[in-house]
Design a protein around this ligand. Structure first.
Ligand SMILES: Cc1cc2nc3c(=O)[nH]c(=O)nc-3n(C[C@H](O)[C@H](O)[C@H](O)COP(=O)(O)O)c2cc1C
Length: 195
C-alpha cells in the first residue's frame, strides 16, 4: 500500500497550545507510511464572506488546495465557551464550499477522511467542541472516524510542549485514532477505485 499524507489543523493560535502539542504527539506516534503535515496559516484566514467566494483570498485558495491534496484531515480542537474556536470554524466554513463558479456542489471536505481530537487543561474540555465538529462534518459529507475518542483532559499532566506524551492511556488512544484514520483512508481509496 502507498504512503498517505494528512493535513493537521490545530484550532489554537496560542504559542504554548496543548492542541498544537497534541499534533506534535501525533507526528511522533504516527505509524510507518503516515505523514502528518501541520497547517500553520490559520491566523491568516480572513473572515468568511459569501461575497468573496467568486475570488477567494490566496490564503483560502491555498487552504482548500491543501485539503483537497491531503488524504485526510487531523483536527485538534480547543474548546472555547463550550464550542469550536471561531478561527477553526471560520476556516472550515471556507473549506466547506464548492469551487466557484459552481459546476457541481462538491467541496474539498466531501468524503474526506477526518480524525478529531482535543486537549484542555480542564476536566471536561473539548468534549462539547468535538461534538460540534462532528455535527459540522455531517453537513459536509466528510468521513469522520468515530472511535477512539481522543479527549485529553488535564493536558498539562499528559502532554509536553514538544509532543511527548506523558501517560500511556493518551498514547494508546492517539495511536488508535491514527490507525483508524489510516483504515478510513484505505476504505475511501478503495471506494474511489471501484467507482
Ligand atoms: C475564550 C476561552 C474560552 C474557554 N472556554 C472553555 C470551555 O468552554 N471549556 C473548557 O474546558 N475550557 C475552556 N477554556 C480553557 C481552554 O481549555 C484552555 O485555554 C486551553 O489551553 C485552550 O487550548 P490550547 O492550549 O490549545 O490553546 C477557554 C479558554 C478561552 C481562552
Amino acid at each position: 500500500m502507498s504512503d498517505v499524507s494528512v493535513l493537521a489543523i490545530s484550532g489554537s493560535l496560542r504559542d504554548a497550545s496543548f492542541n498544537t502539542a497534541l499534533i506534535r504527539a501525533a507526528q511522533r506516534l504516527a505509524p510507518t507510511g503516515l505523514t502528518i503535515e501541520p497547517y500553520r496559516n490559520l491566523a491568516d484566514v480572513p473572515p468568511f464572506s459569501e461575497d468573496r467566494e467568486a475570488q477567494p483570498p490566496a490564503t483560502v485558495v491555498d487552504l482548500r488546495e491543501r485539503i483537497a491534496a491531503a488524504d485526510a484531515l487531523l483536527i485538534a480542537t480547543p474548546e472555547y465557551n463550550y464550542g469550536v474556536p471561531g478561527v477553526l470554524k471560520n476556516a472550515l466554513d471556507w473549506a466547506s464550499r464548492p469551487t466557484f463558479p459552481v459546476t457541481a456542489w462538491v467541496s474539498p471536505l466531501a468524503h474526506k477522511p477526518v480524525a478529531i481530537m482535543g486537549a484542555a487543561p480542564t476536566g471536561m474540555g473539548t468534549v462539547r467542541a468535538q461534538l460540534q465538529l462532528r455535527q459540522l462534518f455531517l453537513w459536509t459529507d466528510s468521513a469522520v472516524v468515530s472511535k477512539p475518542e481522543v479527549i485529553v483532559t488535564n493536558a498539562h499532566e499528559r502532554l509536553a510542549a514538544d509532543g511527548t506524551v506523558k501517560d500511556p492511556t493518551t498514547e494508546t488512544l492517539l495511536r488508535g485514532l491514527l490507525d483508524a484514520l489510516v483504515t478510513r483512508i484505505r476504505i475511501t481509496q478503495l471506494a474511489a477505485t471501484a467507482a
